[in-house]
Design a protein around this ligand. Structure first.
Ligand code: NDP
Length: 259
C-alpha cells in the first residue's frame, strides 16, 4: 500500500475527534496535499482552537465554516473552496461529521430521528451534490482511466452500527436513529458509486473502528482504537482503493464490513 498523494481534500467535522485526526495526518504526510480544507461549524470559536493552531503553522490548511444540516452553508462552503482551487478541482471529499443520540426503540422521537438523519445522511448527500462539479473537474484533470482517491473520490464515514447483518452492540446501545441514519448512508454510498462511476469518481464508505473520541467514549468502556490508529489505517486503505473498490463498505484496517 502506497502513501496517499492527493492535491486537495475536504474533511467535514474537522475540529475534533476523527475529523481533526484526519486533518493532522494529512498535513503530516511526506507529500502533503496542496490544499486541506477543514470544515467545521464555528471556525473562530473555542471548539476550533486546535484547528486554528494548526492553520497558523500550515499555510495549506484552510478552515471553512460548515453546518452540514444547512443547505445555504453547504453552498457557501463549495463556493469558497471553488474560489481557492481556481481552475483545478477537489480530489477528495470526506464526509465525516456525524452525531449519535442514545435512545431506544421505546424512547426514540420524531425530532431525534429527523435531526440525526439530517446530519448523518442528508448532509453527506447535499455535500456530494454541491461539490460534484469540483470532483468532476478533478477527475477530468487527472490522467489515467481507472478510479482512485488521488483522482476523485467521496469517502463517507459510516459505522458498523449501521450494518443490518451485524447489528453491532445492540444489547449495549440500541441507538435506533443512529443505526438507521448510517444504514441509509451506506445505501447512499452505493447509489453514489453507481451514479458517479461514469464521472470518474470513486465512492466508498468506512467504519473507523470503535475510537477514542467524544462520541466513542460515550459508549461505556474505553474504546480499543486511538484516533491515530483509526485515521492512519483509513488513510492507508484510502490510498490503495481502485476501480474494484467503488461501492464497498470497509473498516479502518481494510476489511470488508457486511452491509
Ligand atoms: P465526535 O463526536 O468526536 O465529532 C463529531 C464531529 O462532527 C465534530 O466535529 C462535530 O462538530 C461534527 N458535527 C456534528 N454535527 C454537525 C453538523 N450538523 N454540522 C457540522 N459538523 C457537525 O465524533 P467522532 O470523531 O467519533 O466521529 C466522526 C465520524 O465517525 C462520525 O460520522 C461517526 O458517526 C463515525 N464513527 C465514530 C465511531 C467512534 O467510535 N468514535 C465509531 C463509528 C463511526 P461540533 O464540534 O461543532 O459539534
Amino acid at each position: 500500500m502506497g502513501e496517499l498523494r492527493v492535491r486537495s481534500v475536504l474533511v467535514t467535522g474537522a475540529n475534533r475527534g476523527i475529523g481533526l485526526g484526519l486533518v493532522q495526518h494529512l498535513l503530516g504526510l511526506p507529500n502533503p496535499p496542496e490544499w486541506v480544507f477543514a470544515a467545521c461549524r464555528d471556525p473562530k470559536g473555542q471548539r476550533a482552537q486546535e484547528l486554528q493552531n494548526l492553520a497558523s503553522k500550515h499555510p495549506n490548511l484552510v478552515i471553512i465554516p460548515l453546518e452540514v444540516t444547512k443547505p445555504a452553508s453547504i453552498k457557501a462552503a463549495a463556493a469558497s473552496v471553488g474560489e481557492r482551487l481556481k481552475d483545478s478541482g477537489l480530489n477528495l471529499l470526506i464526509n465525516n461529521a456525524g452525531m449519535l443520540v442514545y435512545k431506544t426503540l421505546d424512547t426514540e422521537t420524531q425530532e431525534d430521528m429527523a435531526q440525526v438523519y439530517a446530519t448523518n445522511t442528508i448532509g453527506p448527500l447535499l455535500l456530494s451534490q454541491e461539490f460534484l462539479p469540483l470532483l468532476k473537474k478533478a477527475a477530468q484533470g487527472s490522467p489515467g482511466s481507472g478510479l482512485s482517491c488521488s483522482k476523485a473520490a467521496i469517502i463517507n464515514i459510516s459505522s458498523v452500527g449501521g450494518s443490518i447483518k451485524e447489528v453491532h452492540m445492540w444489547k449495549a446501545a440500541q441507538c435506533v436513529s443512529y443505526r438507521c441514519s448510517k444504514a441509509a448512508l451506506n445505501m447512499l454510498t452505493k447509489c453514489q458509486s453507481l451514479g458517479y462511476r461514469e464521472h470518474g469518481i470513486l465512492c466508498a464508505v468506512f467504519h473507523p473502528g470503535w475510537v477514542q473520541t467524544d462520541m466513542g467514549n460515550t459508549a461505556g468502556d474505553k474504546p480499543p482504537v486511538t484516533v491515530d490508529e483509526s485515521v492512519g489505517g483509513m488513510l492507508k486503505v484510502i490510498s490503495s482503493l481502485s476501480e474494484k473498490d467503488t461501492g464497498t463498505f470497509l473498516d479502518w484496517e481494510g476489511k470488508v464490513v457486511p452491509w
